[in-house]
Design a binder for this molecule. Structure first.
Ligand SMILES: Cc1cc2nc3c(=O)[nH]c(=O)nc-3n(C[C@H](O)[C@H](O)[C@H](O)COP(=O)(O)OP(=O)(O)OC[C@H]3O[C@@H](n4cnc5c(N)ncnc54)[C@H](O)[C@@H]3O)c2cc1C
Length: 454
């Protein structure tokens, strides 16, 4: 149990111990900083997710020393993609930086493993402790804060985050209010983003947002070596939808079944994901045995903020990570690896800030995030726009399902597993898209605030 002291000033305080908060906590604690994390839930806790870890996520977990801890989880080797009566088994590519396998593991188990790892490295974890209010440094006037790139942001000149002295939190067990003070703060609250919003972060509503629903089923194919996606999901009228359905085997007798939909376009806002799920379950391949009696409980859903849709992602002494920063990959809805990665980048910036770099180092986070994902996500956003037209989605899937090499390239692009310095087909295709993305006048791209213009 951690000792709470109102007078203590941590180096870094982190709100939320999901993938992005726990990763930031681990890397900072491992480097010797004095880190506290407040988490409103108690681990292990349920978290609505598809539970799929791609090679990108596995790499981050292995870097945190959790490779052995994952051996009990279900290992899989690629994606079986299905649509229009065809199916293709696509293995994860061989890559110098990422393993050719992934895992399916419940967030109930996974998030506890990573949080425990951060604690073992020295982070102080306060569970059942909910951040309720930011403690704003009122002596730091907005005029004196560096610009965060708001000149190009349509949401205007309010585009700045407040400087914080700490966070006011509430302990669920005792009802006690606790003020946590810190020199630097990382907000890793997920989609709830209560504190981020209260200090000025906004999601750009024109950028992609997904809605997804998942449930667990007992299945005879619970240990299938491939995860499965269905690209021709339909509404109850039989019309094709801009999304996909998945079946991810957990290896423990169950599979995680879900549906996801891009809802940015007004046309899809009204789609009922529960009905979409029922339609998918009713039409799923019989071999999975997904009948209602095999259900382990009601499905639950959540939002997926994609494509770096939140800004600013940093302020004078604050950084947003993971879903709070809208960092989900718009190509495939993957957010766990980007949570780990943004948490790690945030830790690097905070480390430099604490070593004398000050707020310059904090603002560098915006630059690094853009360098890591800016162009790739720009292409992803265009992809999302395209598939929001059912006729385009229909045509592309129909054509793609006739060519395994094409779908293998597409998988490398969509899972962000391209080889560096390669002229193989997937990489060449991406280079062309990237070149187009760099020169194309995309108003959405301009709307992303780049918080590094000091
Ligand atoms: C249905 C669904 C399926 C998905 N499937 C996949 C998948 O298969 N693979 C994949 O890679 N991604 C998937 N995602 C996306 C993935 O779940 C997220 O991108 C990921 O969880 C983001 O991690 P995070 O740390 O940013 O936020 P979260 O995982 O949401 O963690 C935030 C943490 O902060 C805590 N918290 C929130 N507010 C406060 C507060 N005020 N005070 C204290 N603590 C607080 C929460 O309790 C939580 O523990 C899916 C999402 C959904 C909705």
């Amino acid at each position: 149990m951690n000792n709470y002291s109102e007078s203590h000033i941590y180096d870094v305080l982190i709100v939320g111990a999901g993938p992005s908060g726990a990763s930031a906590a681990y890397w900072l604690a491992e480097a010797g900083y004095d880190v506290a994390v407040v988490e409103r839930k108690h681990f292990p806790r349920e978290k609505t997710c598809g539970d799929g870890l791609t090679p990108r996520a596995v790499r981050q977990l292995e870097d945190m020393g959790l490779g052995d801890a994952l051996t009990g989880a279900h290992k899989y080797y690629g994606l079986r993609t299905c649509g229009y009566g065809r199916e293709l088994e696509l293995r994860w590519p061989e890559h110098p930086s990422f393993p050719p396998y992934g895992y399916v593991i419940t967030r109930h188990d996974l998030d506890m493993l990573v949080a425990e790892r951060a604690v073992k490295a020295g982070a102080h974890l306060f569970q059942e402790t909910e951040a309720v209010e930011p403690i704003i440094d009122t002596s730091s006037s907005p005029e004196r804060q560096p610009s965060s790139g708001s000149d190009i942001h349509p949401q205007g000149a309010q585009d700045r985050l407040s400087k914080l002295l700490g966070i006011r939190a509430k302990c669920a067990k005792t009802g006690q209010t606790m003020d946590f003070r810190a020199r630097y703060i990382i907000l890793s609250e997920g989609t709830a983003s209560r504190i981020s919003r209260s200090i000025g972060a906004k999601r750009d509503k024109r950028l992609p947002l997904g809605m997804a629903l998942r449930g667990y089923y007992r299945s005879p194919r619970h240990d299938d070596p491939f995860i499965e996606s269905h690209l021709d999901v339909r509404d109850e009228n039989g019309d094709i939808l801009p999304g996909y359905a998945w079946i991810f085997p957990l290896g423990d007798g169950r599979v995680n079944v879900g549906v996801g939909l891009i809802t940015t376009s007004g046309r899809w806002k009204g789609v009922n994901t529960s009905k979409m799920m029922d339609t998918f379950i009713a039409n799923a391949p019989a071999s999975w045995g997904l009948h209602p009696e095999a259900s382990c409980g009601p499905a639950t859903g959540g939002r997926l903020p994609m494509g770096l849709s939140t800004s600013p992602v940093c302020g004078p002494n604050v950084i947003l990570t993971g879903d709070a920063a809208g960092s989900i990959n718009p190509f495939n809805g993957e957010g766990i690896s980007y949570g780990y990665e943004t948490g790690r980048i945030a830790a690097a910036c905070m480390g430099r800030a604490l070593c004398g770099g000050g707020s310059d180092a904090v603002y560098d986070y915006g630059t690094r995030i853009q360098a890591a994902y800016g162009n790739y996500y720009k292409i992803g956003r265009t992809f999302v726009k395209m598939i929001s037209h059912p006729e385009v989605m229909h045509r592309c899937v129909q054509l793609g399902m006739h060519s395994k090499p094409f779908m293998e390239w597409l998988l490398s692009i969509m899972a962000n597993l391209l080889l560096p310095d390669s002229n193989a087909p997937a990489e060449s295709m991406y280079k062309i898209l990237n070149a187009v993305a760099r020169v194309a006048p995309d108003p959405e791209y301009l709307s992303i605030s780049i918080p590094f213009t000091k």
